[in-house]
Design a protein around this ligand. Structure first.
Ligand SMILES: Cc1cc2nc3c(=O)[nH]c(=O)nc-3n(C[C@H](O)[C@H](O)[C@H](O)COP(=O)(O)OP(=O)(O)OC[C@H]3O[C@@H](n4cnc5c(N)ncnc54)[C@H](O)[C@@H]3O)c2cc1C
Length: 415
């Protein structure tokens, strides 16, 4: 069997590895180079403890309140665009307590294999930058960190086995000396990890090729059509035939699927990051700065600072003023670390999270389109969910398995 995977981001490559390891002929088709989409500049958290839907009671009001705040961390802008308004309406419908709990459970179920698959990558000889030790959630105020405990309780209710620990700032500083005096409340998750996403994607792509499979870069899919025995994919470098197709094109999925009559409610949610070496005591852990909704990852190459969730994302221009605010906010949680003067020209990065209204990905076969599968819509959790997505898609394609717990993530669910 030959499976074509459209999209060489973290999700597509995870699917490619899982299929290649099971002996399937795989071709990954990427319009750019591997890992240049949303998967490039993120904080790389693999975090089942912070896996919950964005859609929850109060989120819409919070986002709309920030619509005209130039520094808002979560921004939802009302606009007169039918597709966007439909998405917003569905988001509103998903933001109930009951739907939130169902979402927590669905993500927990998908995450059950996350670390098993991640460890299997390493056991298979893939080398990539990975750090353990959990995530330190930092609050300046009790109110700022108060959301965490109830969400964790919701996770426990659905069978989550990880733990969290409440630390004093002094205890936290023993683990992460970069934490500043302004931080008064710290909760540490225990099982979470973080990876340098580009190292993971390069490692996966190289291993897939080593396993005898194909990774095509600079190859854009322009369309696809079913044939008598599978699919013909039209690319800028010629047609490619496959028995099965997985669409893993993240925020660009709607445009690719629309000509087939498939409407997927994915809207780009713009985020920013910047990676700096800086000066002072450098963060060497994963830190979540809760009031400012900023994630920081201490990578070998430097400190990556990421933030902003802007719906709908329009373009990938980098608003340097915006990014400077994110960096300044992040520094306000740290003791003395700051960007060095030689780094003022570092541009930063912007990416589109593929956001669905209920914050759950679209996974599995598309009814009425034999042999076509979706692995997209991972929103703010694509790195976390990629390993288990890959394993699940391989099971679905090779064993025809569709476990009952996947139902909330079916591509044809009602929004
Ligand atoms: C600031 C920020 C921080 C984040 N932090 C985290 C985090 O810490 N942990 C976490 O789990 N998630 C995080 N995320 C979310 C995560 O980055 C995304 O969910 C994930 O990258 C989505 O991966 P993907 O493979 O679906 O999409 P992408 O990485 O966008 O990959 C899709 C690929 O498809 C290709 N493509 C599109 N159309 C075509 C076509 N027609 N032909 C060929 N190729 C095509 C694109 O070029 C692209 O490479 C963050 C996101 C942002 C923006």
């Amino acid at each position: 069997m030959r499976v074509a995977i459209i999209g060489g981001g973290v999700v597509g490559l995870a699917c490619a590895w899982s299929l290649a390891k099971r002996g399937v002929e795989v071709v990954v088709i990427e319009r750019d180079v591997i890992g240049e989409g949303a998967s490039k500049g993120n904080t790389g958290w693999v975090s089942p403890t912070i896996s919950f839907p964005l859609a929850s009671p109060g989120t819409l009001a919070m986002g709309l309140k920030s619509a005209f705040d130039p520094n808002g961390a979560l921004v939802i802008r009302p606009e007169l665009d039918t597709r966007w308004l439909r998405w917003l309406w569905a988001f509103r419908g998903a933001a109930t307590r009951e739907r939130f709990l169902r979402g927590v459970e669905a993500l927990h179920n998908l995450n059950r294999r996350t670390f098993e698959v991640l460890d299997a990558y390493q056991a298979d000889g893939i080398s990539f930058e990975m750090h353990g030790g959990g995530i330190l959630t930092l609050g300046k105020t009790e109110k700022g960190i108060a959301w965490f405990a109830p969400v964790f309780e919701d996770l426990k209710k659905v069978g989550f086995e990880g733990q969290i620990e409440t630390l004093t700032p002094e205890e936290a500083r023993k683990i992460e000396p970069a934490i500043g005096e302004q931080v008064k409340f710290v909760v540490r998750t225990t099982i979470d990890r973080y990876v340098q996403p580009q190292s993971l994607m390069r490692g996966l792509a190289d291993r897939v090729v080593e396993l005898g499979q194909t990774v095509l870069e600079q190859t854009t899919v322009k369309g696809m059509r079913p044939t008598a025995s599978g699919w013909e994919i039209d690319t800028n470098t010629g047609p490619i035939n496959a028995d099965r197709v997985i669409v893993a094109t993240g925020a660009l999925s709607p445009a690719l699927l629309k000509p087939l009559g498939i409407e997927v409610p994915i809207v780009p949610a713009k985020g920013y990051s910047i990676t700096l070496r800086g000066e002072g005591i450098r963060p060497s852990q994963a830190l979540y700065m809760t009031e400012s909704k900023i994630g920081v990852s201490g990578f070998d190459e430097g400190v990556r600072i990421a933030g902003v969730f802007e719906l709908p994302g329009k373009d990938l221009t980098i608003d340097k003023r915006r990014l400077d605010v994110v960096v300044k906010d992040a520094c306000s949680y740290l003791s003395d670390w700051h960007p060095s003067t030689s780094e003022t020209s570092v541009e930063g990065w912007a990416g589109f999270r593929p956001a669905t209204p209920d914050s759950l990905p679209l996974l599995g076969p598309v009814p009425g389109h034999d042999g076509l599968y979706l692995a997209t819509g991972h929103g703010m959790l694509g790195v976390t969910l990629a390993p288990s997505t890959g394993a699940l898609l391989a099971d679905m394609i090779l064993d025809g398995v569709a476990p009952a717990w996947v139902a909330p993530m079916r591509p044809d669910r009602r929004f």
